[in-house]
Design a protein around this ligand. Structure first.
Ligand code: R5P
Length: 356
C-alpha cells in the first residue's frame, strides 16, 4: 500500500512540476539580443516558438534594433548582460546592455502587453553597495535604467547578491532561479562518496548549503566547509583559510561567478593541501575574463569544472570544463509565466521530486 501511495505521490508531483503545454503560443514574441544566441536558439527550439527581432550596428558603433510587431503580445527578451566572446569577435557588457535597453523600449513603444526580461547572467550585480566615497551602486542604477524602459518583470539565474531584487520597484517582480538544481542532478549521477560541499568565501555559505540540501534530499550524505577569503586588490586573492574538514573527501566548491579564476585556483590548492581526494568546481556564470579559461584548465588542483551556459563559452577540445544548460529551467519559467502559474511551483515541486 505504501508503495502504491509513493508511486501516486511521484506521479502527482511530476504533474505539478511540468508546466501545462503552452496555450496561445502565437501570443509570445521571443527575442534574443546578441549576447548569447546559442542559449536563445536552444530555448526557442524547446518552446517551439521562433526567435524574432534583429539588430545591426552602424559604422560608428550605434546599435539599431527592430523587433517587429508586438502589439498586445507578450514579449520575452533573452539577454544576459555579459561580455560575449565568439569566434567572430567580442561584444562588451555595455553594448549588450544598450541593445537590451533599446529592445525593451521598442517593445514598450510597440504596445506589447507585457515585457519580460530573461537575464541568465545579470552583469553589474557585484557593485551592490557604496564601498567608498565617489562610487555609485551600479547594480541599482542598472535596475533603474531597465525600469525606465518599461519592463514588467525579470527572470535571472543566481544573481550575485539577493539585494539586487530590491533594487527594482515592487511592481517589477524579480524571479531568481538557482543553477544548484542543475549541479545537484549532475553530482547525483557521478556517484561520489564522502562529499564535502565548500563555499570559497563566507558570502557563499548559503549557496553551498542549498546544494547540500538538494543532495540530502536524494539521500546523499554531505558535510559543509568554507574558506575565509582575503583579497589584497580586486582580482587578487591574498589568502584563503579553511574552516571544516576535507581530508579524504570529494570536495565540491560552488560559486556563482568565475571571473579571473583566482578564487577557485587558491581554494582548490588549500583543499588539496588539507587532504581533499578530489576537487570538483561548480560555477553558474563563466565570466572567464582574460586568460581565465586556461588558468582553470591548467590548475593542477582542480580535477573538473562544471559551468552553465548563461554566458557563451568558446570550448577547446582538451578541457576539464564541462557545460550544463540552464535552458530547461528558463523554458519552464517562460511556460509558467505565460500560463499565469506561480513560478514558486517550480522550486517546491522540484524539491519534492528530489526528495522522493
Ligand atoms: C565573489 O564574491 C564571487 O562570488 C566570485 O567568487 C568572484 O567574483 C570570483 O572572482 P575571481 O574568479 O576573479 O576570483
Amino acid at each position: 500500500m505504501k508503495n502504491i501511495l509513493t508511486v501516486l505521490g511521484i506521479v502527482l508531483t511530476i504533474a505539478a512540476v511540468v508546466a501545462a503545454p503552452l496555450k496561445d503560443k502565437d501570443q509570445i514574441v521571443l527575442i534574443s539580443t546578441s549576447a548569447n544566441k546559442e542559449l536563445s536558439q536552444i530555448i526557442s527550439k524547446k518552446l517551439d516558438v521562433p526567435l524574432s527581432g534583429e539588430s545591426k550596428r552602424h559604422n560608428d558603433g550605434e546599435v539599431n534594433v527592430n523587433i517587429g510587431h508586438v502589439m498586445n503580445r507578450e514579449v520575452y527578451i533573452i539577454c544576459p548582460t555579459c561580455h560575449t566572446k565568439t569566434e567572430t569577435g567580442e561584444v562588451q557588457i555595455d553594448q549588450n546592455l544598450m541593445e537590451l535597453y533599446l529592445m525593451a523600449c521598442a517593445a514598450r513603444r510597440g504596445d506589447a502587453k507585457q515585457v519580460t526580461l530573461i537575464v541568465p547572467y545579470f552583469g553589474y550585480a557585484r557593485q551592490d553597495r557604496k564601498t567608498k566615497v565617489g562610487v555609485t551602486i551600479s547594480s541599482a542604477d542598472v535596475a533603474k535604467m531597465l525600469e525606465v524602459a518599461g519592463i514588467n518583470r525579470i527572470v535571472m539565474v543566481d544573481v550575485h547578491s539577493g539585494q539586487t531584487q530590491g533594487f527594482f520597484s515592487p511592481n517589477v517582480p524579480v524571479i531568481n532561479l538557482h543553477a544548484s538544481l542543475v549541479f545537484a542532478e549532475y553530482i547525483k549521477k557521478q556517484g561520489y562518496q564522502d562529499i564535502v560541499v565548500v563555499s570559497p568565501d563566507a558570502g557563499g555559505v548559503e549557496r553551498a548549503e542549498k546544494l547540500g540540501q538538494l543532495l540530502a534530499d536524494s539521500n546523499i550524505d554531505y558535510s559543509l566547509a568554507t574558506l575565509i577569503k582575503k583579497r589584497s586588490a580586486p582580482g587578487v586573492v591574498e589568502s584563503a583559510t579553511l574552516i571544516g574538514n576535507v581530508r579524504d573527501k570529494t570536495a565540491i566548491i560552488i560559486d556563482d561567478i568565475c571571473d579571473t579564476g583566482g578564487t577557485l585556483v587558491k581554494a582548490a590548492a588549500v583543499l588539496k593541501a588539507n587532504g581533499a581526494k578530489r576537487v570538483i568546481v561548480c560555477v553558474t556564470h563563466a565570466v572567464f575574463s582574460g586568460d581565465a579559461y586556461n588558468t582553470i584548465n591548467n590548475a593542477k588542483d582542480i580535477d573538473e569544472m562544471i559551468v552553465t551556459d548563461t554566458i557563451p563559452i568558446m570550448q577547446n577540445s582538451a578541457t576539464k570544463i564541462k557545460i550544463l544548460s540552464v535552458s530547461d529551467m528558463l523554458v519552464e519559467a517562460i511556460q509558467h509565466l505565460h500560463n499565469s502559474e506561480p513560478i514558486s511551483i517550480m522550486f517546491e515541486a522540484e524539491r519534492e521530486v528530489a526528495r522522493l
